[in-house]
Design a protein around this ligand. Sequence first.
Ligand code: TTP
Ligand code: MG
Length: 399
Amino acid sequence: MRRILHIDMDAFFASVEEALNPSLKGKALIIGGKKSDVRGVVATANYEARKYGVHSAMPLAKARELCPHGIFMRGNFEHYKAASEKVRVVLEEVSPLVEFASIDEAYVDISGSLGLFGGDDAIAAYIKSQILERSGLACTVAISSNKLVSKVAANQAKPDGYLNVGPGCEREFLHPLPISKLPGVGPRTAEVFESLGVLTIGALAGLKLGTLMGVFGQMGYTLRRSARGIATSVVEPYSLPKSISRETTFERDLLDWREIERVLAYLSERAVYAMREKDMETKSVTLKVRYADFKSYTFAKTLPEFTNVENVVFEVLRELLPKAKERRARVRLIGVCLSSLACDQRQMLLFGDKRRIKWQSAMESVDHIRGQYGFGCVRFAKSMAIGGKVKLATPSLSR
Ligand code: TTP
Ligand code: MG
């Protein structure tokens, strides 16, 4: 019998702050920026602050309006990483098959551990109590026969919850839920379904495959399977990132593209460095721009071959920039995303062109120095004009 557990920490960044400083408990707490910060967005809010309508990705200014008495904090990513590691230790005591989907969310294949712990309920109880004891943090756990159903179930059971969807009950569990709860159904897809009168996951599961594929193509097939509670993907312990992005909101909306380009150069340096740390290479570069009217656009380009050097990424971004400038609007946020990632094929170096080999070996030395003295000790001249010490306005979204 396959039993897959999903765990998601409750109000994660906020709960870590509360655990470090218990006097914050019971108060409305918002992480993402100080009260005086005019820019930036909410990373998360504790459940007290959520009562006022504050949620992740909301502009800080709006959060301040809704919850003026709230406590606002920038947050500290190192603390969140450390808390996440404590969670990992507990999960790995239960099973070696642990896959982190984000900093506060993981899947555990517990099929082989049921006998040892005395069943799935016992495993959930062990995980919840051990995490609380060792880190002071509450979490929500759900178990079912696959990742998809467990994820949906955990969302339903939040906060501090536990839900076990028994074998064979997956469909029955999903059917009454609104369509938007199904992974893969974003706000736009949900709108399409709603306009067709399809409001629940059950209604979607009942649609004819031909109808669905007519509207959504291949995605229609996947959605129908998901709606029927069918998911076959396995828990992959050391999952590699699918993309690496860095983005930031400016202190004030900018029209000066020279300044924007410098910040973009800095962000791509950070992204490429993070990618190399994971021994990965990219084949697709995306430029993200959010303008003053909050409209976001992305411009992407696929590279002829994989790269892990900044200069190649800079060149691609420079090609994409004219499209971003066309809108002639002030820019609120800029970001870069590296995707189509693959593990670095070092042996390919032998076949690379001379320039590439030169850059790769130069950056290897740079990374070595950065490993000892920190990222900021070696920077490209392109981004230096924005200053030596850069603080990104939305650090939590800029991993
Ligand atoms: P989530 O698990 O989505 O949210 P949460 O843990 O704060 O709250 P809950 O699960 O109880 O609903 O995200 C985990 C952390 O990731 C969150 O604490 C902060 C960070 N995060 C951002 O920085 N920006 C975002 O837009 C989101 C959604 C999360
Ligand atoms: Mg969470």
